[in-house]
Design a protein around this ligand. Structure first.
Ligand code: NDP
Length: 239
C-alpha cells in the first residue's frame, strides 16, 4: 500500500537515500530542504520537494500543508535534517551550541508535533528520528551535536509512551559514520582513526541506514517502539 512519507533533509546524503528507498517501494514521498530542489536521483519518481527551514515553525507548517494537499496526511515521518558545528567546549560559542540543538532536536520536535495531530486522528503512524552513535558515546569536539542527538532518544521514548496507545511508533536510528557531505570535511587522518575503531572496518553507505528506516516504518516492525537501533558497524557496541 502506498503511504504518504515525509523525509526532512531528503535532498542529499542519508535523507536522500531514505527518500529513494521509500520511492522505490512505491510510497508517495515528500522531501524538505532549504533549497526545495528535487535531486536528480529522485527525478524519475513522483516526489514532492518542499522548501522549509526546519528552524522555522511557520515554514514547517506550510510544508506539511502542501504535502497533505498532494499526498494526504503524513503517515511516515523521518526526521533526518541535521547539522554539525564541531569545536572544543572552550571555543564553542553559545550560538554554536543553540543552533545545533535548535536544528537537530527542536527541529525534530517541530515536525513531529505538526505530524502527530493527524496521526492521532488516523490512529496510526510511524516516526523515525535520525540520531547518531555519538549521542550515546559522546565525542570530543561535538558536545553540542552529541547533546542534540542524545536528546532525540529521550524525546522519542517520551513520545512512544504518549502515542503508543494510538498505534503510532516512534523509534531512533543511530548511524555510525556514513559517507556524506557531513563527513567529507573530516581529514584523512581522522577518517583512518574512526575506521580503525569500527569492527566492520569501513564507513556505511547511506542506503544501509535507509534500509533500517524503511524496516522500522513497515508492518513487520509494528511491535517496535521507543527503540534505539544502532547502524554503526559495531562502533558503539555497549552503549
Ligand atoms: P548532510 O550534511 O549530507 O545533509 C544534511 C541534510 O539536512 C540536508 O538535506 C540539509 O538540507 C538538511 N538540513 C540541515 N539544516 C537544515 C535546516 N535548517 N532546515 C532544513 N533542512 C536542513 O548530512 P547527512 O546526510 O550526513 O546527515 C543526515 C542526518 O544523519 C543528520 O541528522 C546527521 O546528524 C545524521 N548522521 C549522520 C552521520 C554521518 O556520518 N554522515 C552519522 C550519524 C548521524 P539543505 O540542503 O537545505 O542544507
Amino acid at each position: 500500500m502506498s503511504r504518504s512519507v515525509l523525509v526532512t533533509g531528503g535532498n542529499r546524503g542519508i535523507g536522500l537515500a531514505i527518500a529513494l528507498a521509500f520511492a522505490e517501494a512505491g510510497d508517495k514521498v515528500a522531501i524538505t530542504s532549504r533549497s526545495g530542489e528535487v535531486p536528480a536521483e529522485l527525478a524519475k519518481f513522483q516526489v514532492i520537494a518542499v522548501r522549509a527551514d526546519i528552524n522555522d515553525a511557520a515554514q514547517v507548517d506550510a510544508a506539511f500543508t502542501e504535502v497533505e494537499a498532494a499526498h494526504g496526511p503524513v503517515e511516515v515521518l523521518v526526521a533526518n535534517a541535521g547539522i554539525t558545528k564541531d569545536t572544543l567546549l572552550l571555543r564553542m560559542t553559545e550560538e554554536d551550541f543553540t543552533s545545533v540543538v535548535d536544528t537537530n532536536l527542536t527541529g525534530a520536535f517541530r515536525v513531529v508535533k505538526r505530524a502527530s495531530n493527524k496521526m492521532l486522528r488516523a490512529r496510526k503512524g510511524r516516526v523515525v528520528l535520525i540520531s547518531s552513535v555519538v549521542g550515546l558515546s559522546g565525542s570530543a569536539g561535538q558536545a553540542n551535536y552529541s547533546a542534540s542527538k542524545a536528546g532525540l532518544v529521550g524525546f522519542a521514548r517520551s513520545l512512544s509512551r504518549e502515542l503508543g496507545s494510538r498505534n503510532i511508533t516512534v523509534n531512533v536510528v543511530a548511524p555510525g559514520f556514513v559517507d556524506t557531505d557531513m563527513t567529507a570535511v573530516l581529514t584523512d587522518e581522522r577518517r583512518k582513526e574512526i575506521v580503525a575503531n569500527v569492527p566492520l572496518g569501513r564507513y556505511a553507505a547511506p542506503a544501509e541506514i535507509a534500509s533500517v528506516v524503511r524496516f522500522l516504518s513497515s508492518d513487520e516492525a509494528a511491535y517496535i517502539t521507543g527503540a534505539v537501533i544502532p547502524v554503526d558497524g559495531g562502533l558503539g557496541m555497549g552503549h
